[in-house]
Design a protein around this ligand. Structure first.
Ligand code: IMP
Length: 182
């Protein structure tokens, strides 16, 4: 699998260190909140990031998942369809929405609106990666792990055709691999 990688952008060690810093920052920012934030991970890409980050949040936080897709599903919200919804009410709760990458920004913008419609008191976005060059809607993450260039990235939750999510680092796929499969 590793021979399909053109270059590594962010190493396993850098991800761990950055998660420690972000966890400390979130702990500081939310320590005085009476209701602690619910971490909402967007499936499937956020799973490794959520698992690493939450180890360093020293607050009594709970987590839940949502699965949304632009292409398939049952309920449509703008262009984003909900495949799997949250398990419990989020009325009057602060939410930390955990994403793998903010690319065009459409997913985060729509899911934020959806969470506010469900009664969340506040929604902040935590993203492992930010690709600002691709943004088409006006939305920014509140906490960003790393800014990446306008290249297709894989690993640490990010996939190409559902593969490569289990790589422990973030990298760029070799073009020939990409072309072969298209
Ligand atoms: P959006 O364009 O900001 O709505 O991003 C939607 C989703 O596209 C992200 O949550 C990722 O799952 C996926 N995505 C965007 N850019 C990349 C990439 O470079 N590699 C892998 N997945 C990506």
């Amino acid at each position: 699998m590793k021979n399909a990688i053109k270059k590594i952008l962010v190493t396993e060690e850098e991800i761990k260190q950055r998660c420690q810093e972000m966890g400390r920052q979130i702990t500081e920012d939310y320590k005085n909140y009476e209701v602690k934030p619910l971490l909402v991970g967007l499936l499937k890409g956020s799973v490794p990031f959520l698992a690493e980050l939450m180890k360093y949040i020293e607050l009594d936080v709970k987590y839940d998942f949502m699965c949304v897709s632009s292409y398939e599903g049952t309920e449509s919200v703008n262009d984003v369809k909900i495949i799997m919804d949250l398990n419990s009410s989020i009325k009057d709760m602060p939410i930390l929405l955990i994403e793998d990458i903010v690319d065009t920004g459409q997913t985060v913008k729509t899911v934020k609106e959806l969470l506010y419609n469900k009664g969340a008191s506040e929604v902040k976005v935590v993203s492992l990666l930010d690709k600002p060059e691709r943004r088409v809607v006006d939305v920014e993450a509140n906490y960003i792990g790393f800014t990446v260039p306008n290249e297709f990235v894989i690993g640490f939750g990010l996939d190409y055709n559902q593969s490569f999510r289990n790589l422990p680092f973030v990298g760029v796929l070799k073009e020939e691999f990409y072309e072969e499969n298209n």
